[in-house]
Design a binder for this molecule. Structure first.
Ligand SMILES: NC(=O)c1ccc[n+]([C@@H]2O[C@H](COP(=O)([O-])OP(=O)(O)OC[C@H]3O[C@@H](n4cnc5c(N)ncnc54)[C@H](O)[C@@H]3O)[C@@H](O)[C@H]2O)c1
Length: 369
């Protein structure tokens, strides 16, 4: 069974009240149970309804994150079955079929017809997301699609409408939300430890330019901004002249809070490469590099810091990256549990599009677009 007890899994301080996300990962409890790899029989998990999943567009992120995360869930007795993958790359397909023991298709339509999966994970290149998501919804499957949901708001709106019409789950990847430090930050906000969030300060500095920073990297921070402070009503962006991938964005939230997002691929080895601070009445918190969470609860109280203290070899990269938690939430929604808003992916992309518009027109942009 997963740990639900309290204990001191991190940096010698009690896990938050013993009920938070990090206590779920409480290593001391795992050691005490003698099940550090979490392979012990989990009757509650094993009894869940089975879900048959296919991965459409199984390239880099599918092979390095999703397939290992699915395998990890199966190892923990989750009844999720991989039934097929698709890829346009024949050699990758052969390799995937050999490793995972499932058919690899070039034609995702044929996969959907032959294998009729309950759910699909779309991890193709961005431009193929709309076609694959719409085909999967039409075939009756629930969908988890990588971010950005699409490259245009029109496509994103069409996908969102199609999911609502088909009454199927549409979740756009927001893995950071389920990463332990961010999940715990959310819990602290809900518990009132940072009362009435007023200010967000976030930065993401990739340090290399292998992706299109704004839609591929910064979109994560836009999703987190909405996750923590809600909808944005106005946005203003400025960029370094001649270097559009170094920019500063100011956000005005519907709640009245404000925020900044700074993002750049200009400099290497900046530390932290990602930092999110949330300031409220009396207290504030910071998450550094998706790893350390610091809470400053009050002016004259010491800061409380949570960081993993167990050897990194015992931490699961898929879990720490949020992939395992996100897949669990997706499977729960597929089985009829809480359904995430279908338009979260659209809203994150909307902030990307608004940023580009603000840069192009040199004006603030009102939202929704
Ligand atoms: N969440 C994250 O942190 C994260 C990290 C990296 C990439 N991504 C996103 O994941 C997605 C995939 O990125 P990647 O780096 O794995 O790309 P990739 O190029 O390595 O893989 C894409 C795969 O999609 C396949 N494909 C493309 N069109 C297809 C179609 N019509 N039918 C079937 N297969 C098709 C390709 O053959 C390839 O196997 C992108 O949307 C990217 O933005 C997210």
């Amino acid at each position: 069974m997963p740990s639900t007890g309290g204990g001191a899994g991190f940096a010698g301080v009690p896990a938050f009240g013993g009920v938070g996300f990090w206590s779920h990962l409480d290593r001391r409890a795992l050691f005490e149970r003698g099940d550090v790899y979490r392979v012990g029989f989990d009757d509650e998990r094993a009894a869940r309804p089975p879900v048959r999943v296919a991965v459409l567009g199984a390239g880099g992120v599918a092979q390095s994150k999703y397939l290992p995360a699915l395998a990890q869930l199966r190892t923990r007795w989750e009844p999720v079955e991989l039934v097929a993958v698709s890829t346009l790359d024949a050699r990758q397909g052969e390799k995937l079929a050999a490793i995972w023991g499932v058919p690899a298709y070039a034609d995702s339509g044929a996969l959907l017809r032959d294998r009729a999966p309950d759910a699909v994970i779309v991890t193709s290149s961005d431009d193929a997301h709309p076609e694959l998501v719409l085909a999967a919804l039409e075939a009756g499957a629930h969908v988890l699609v990588e971010k950005p949901i699409a490259r245009s708001l029109d496509h994103a709106a069409g996908m969102t409408r199609a999911a609502e019409h088909a009454d199927r789950v549409l979740l756009t990847t927001c893995n950071k939300r389920w990463s332990p430090p961010y999940a715990e930050a959310r819990r602290l906000l809900d518990a009132g430890d940072v009362a009435t969030p007023r200010l967000l300060a976030a930065r993401f500095v990739l340090g290399y330019d292998y992706v299109d920073l704004l839609p591929s990297g910064t979109v994560h921070l836009f999703d987190l901004a909405r996750h923590f402070l809600g909808d944005v009503k106005r946005l203003t962006a400025v960029a370094v002249h001649g270097a559009p991938q170094s920019l500063a964005v100011t956000l005005e939230f519907a709640s009245g809070a404000v925020g900044t997002v700074l993002t750049s691929d200009a400099a290497l080895s900046l530390h932290p490469w990602e930092r999110v601070e949330i300031f409220g009445d009396g207290g504030w918190l910071a998450v550094d590099d998706q790893w350390t969470l610091t809470l400053h609860p009050a002016e004259y109280e010491p800061a409380r810091v949570w960081a993993p203290v167990v050897p990194s070899t015992l931490l699961s990269a898929e879990e720490w990256g949020g992939w395992v938690g996100m897949l669990e939430a997706f499977l729960d929604a597929v089985r009829g549990g809480a359904r995430p808003p279908a338009d979260d992916g659209y809203r994150a992309l909307e902030l990307v599009v608004a940023t580009q518009r603000s840069l192009d027109e040199r004006t603030p942009v009102e939202l929704p677009l």
